[in-house]
Ligand binder design. Structure first.
Ligand code: HEM
Length: 519
């Protein structure tokens, strides 16, 4: 009650509100926000008003944007009990068939059940089990890239999806035309488009758009919603069915679904619990594949634009690993520059620039500013990545930022790229290992340069970025070539087999105590 009164007063006087451009009646600040890159508008407001917390209203939605890690930690972590809900865009989430997703669940018992299912398989030590599989997939990625380098974006997507599908339901992806990969890709594309912040705000404010006849302009929303719903439904059923069939045939290896079913076999595996298993698997397919492949695209762009970084990384790999085998996780502690590249990639262009919005469960006051119950609270990872004090010349790609004077990794893990508090990304340990294994393997075997035109001149790259709930570079022209001039698929496959045999015992000899990861 007191919170509500305070909020009414704050809205009226604007004195207790964080700074932000004055909203128009009804539309609010819709027109002040750059549609393609809202994170840039919010970061600019922060700089303009000299405040790390800015306020905007968009079509009746109260939005508080956090532009610094300090404020994000103060609110989303230290006051996590109040900042762990999600804004409920009922019209959008339900119509697009996304209410299954753990990412959008309100903070409550069902979310806790989902989170527990994830944690059992993806917490830091549990995710170590997936490392041999991640390396195997990284080596498949090398082979695919060697045969069709121009399809690099598809290969990254297949790599990311193959890891998630293996970890979640023990499904082995064989090629980029795998039906489950195609299904996941279609669902992810539709979901990322559906959850673009501006679109969500508009559809939430004008739910009648879902009811327009299909021939009217703007009515494609209805069509998209239908496709998205059908696609997510397919995903939900498919993942679960695959595991059940495999369990029936006793061919399923360790994976999230089979582990959950086994762990809870004495419980009633129907109803709520069964639904939660289906929902978490489909969530992982969507949340885990797009983000990882998008980050690999950012990495590739950075390598093409920064040949010196690439050379230094390859020198490091050659001196530690040599050229007779491929790198593996036992090399990780000796390759700090590679880890610095992983971190700089996450920082240089965070693929979830606005994370996923949190929401308050009660009204709050922070540094004299009033934040109402049900407010949307966004952690602007993009603004955090542009912090000039922490990252001088932030638009430059400089992995050295993450190294001490002695060449060791510093303590900055760029954790803001994975969100904050109780809703922090539950797949971050697995994501980190997927990024590392792909990046180190790619650098060990390939050289990435600008493509050349018919006159032999470098083609200038002007990166175009996608916009939605995630952002990554659209495919750009580049030249990907094996470092060894006589490399063939057979030789690469042989190298991969040798490396696996050579280091096969490592995981047994090095149980979780040697966990090397960023968190
Ligand atoms: C580079 C890869 C990845 C990035 C950058 C990333 C980033 C994020 C971010 C920013 C959030 C929102 C956190 C918040 O609300 O504060 C999130 C949530 C989430 N991520 Fe990831 N993620 C990645 C990979 C993965 C993977 C591999 C999985 C699954 C296995 C996954 C599963 C999830 C789930 C389930 C949530 C929702 C958590 C919740 O609401 O409680 N992510 N991720």
């Amino acid at each position: 009650q007191v919170g509500n009164l305070l909020w009414k007063k704050a809205r009226k006087t604007r004195q207790l509100l964080p700074p932000g451009p004055r909203p128009l009646p009804f539309l609010g600040n819709l027109l002040d926000i750059e549609a393609h890159a809202p994170w840039i508008s919010y970061a600019e407001w922060g700089a303009m008003y000299g405040c790390d917390l800015v306020y905007s209203r968009v079509l009746g939605q109260e939005i508080f944007v956090i532009n610094s890690e300090k404020v994000a930690k103060d609110l989303l972590e230290k006051r996590a009990y109040n900042y762990s809900d999600r804004p409920y865009f009922d019209h959008v989430i339900d119509r697009f068939g996304l209410s299954f997703s753990s990412v959008f669940l309100p903070y409550g018992d069902l979310w806790r059940m989902h989170r527990r299912l994830f944690q059992q398989s993806f917490r830091n030590y549990a995710s170590l089990h997936y490392r041999p599989m991640q390396l195997r997939k990284a080596r498949q990625l090398l082979l695919q890239l060697l045969s069709t380098p121009e399809s690099y974006a598809d290969h990254f997507q297949t790599y990311a999806a193959a890891i998630v599908m293996s970890a979640v339901c023990g499904y082995e992806v064989t090629s980029c035309t795998d039906p489950l990969v195609m299904m996941a890709k279609q669902t992810v594309d539709l979901t990322v488009g559906a959850t673009a912040p501006r679109k969500v705000a508009i559809l939430n404010a004008f739910p009648f758009l879902f009811r327009l006849p299909l021939w009217l302009p703007g009515a494609n929303v209805k069509h998209d919603a239908f496709r998205c719903r059908r696609s997510t439904q397919n995903m939900l059923e498919t993942a679960y069915r695959i595991v059940q069939e495999k369990m029936h045939l006793r061919t399923v290896g360790p994976c999230m679904v089979s582990d959950s079913l086994r762990r809870f076999k004495n419980r009633d595996a129907t109803g709520k619990f069964e639904a939660a298993i289906k929902d978490t698997s489909a969530t992982a397919f969507c949340a885990g594949s797009e983000t990882t492949s998008a980050t690999l695209l950012v990495f590739l762009l950075a390598m093409v634009l920064h040949p010196r970084v690439q050379e230094r990384a390859q020198l490091e790999i050659d001196s530690i690993v040599g050229t007779n085998r491929l790198p593996d996780f036992s090399d990780r502690p000796s390759l700090p520059y590679i880890d610095a590249i992983v971190r700089e990639t996450l920082r240089w262009h965070p693929v979830a620039p606005l994370g996923v919005p949190h929401a308050t469960t009660s009204a709050d006051v922070y540094e004299g500013y009033c934040i109402p119950k049900g407010a949307t609270v966004i952690a602007n990872a993009w603004a955090m990545s542009r912090n000039e004090h922490k990252y001088p010349n932030p638009s430059e790609f400089k992995p050295e930022r993450f190294l001490t004077a002695e060449g060791k990794l510093n303590h900055d893990t760029v954790s803001f790229a994975y969100g904050f508090g109780r809703r922090i990304c539950v797949g971050r340990y697995m994501a980190d290992a997927s990024l590392w294994s792909a990046i180190v393997s790619l650098l060990a075997e390939f050289r990435f340069t600008k493509a050349q035109d018919t006159c032999g001149k470098d083609i200038k790259i002007e990166p175009q970025w996608t916009s939605g709930s995630t952002s990554h570079p659209l495919p750009f022209p580049c030249h990907i070539v094996a470092r060894s001039p006589d490399m063939t698929s057979e030789k690469l496959a042989q190298l991969s087999r040798q490396s696996t045999l050579h280091r096969g015992g490592w995981y047994k000899e090095h149980p979780p105590a040697s966990f090397v990861g960023p968190f």
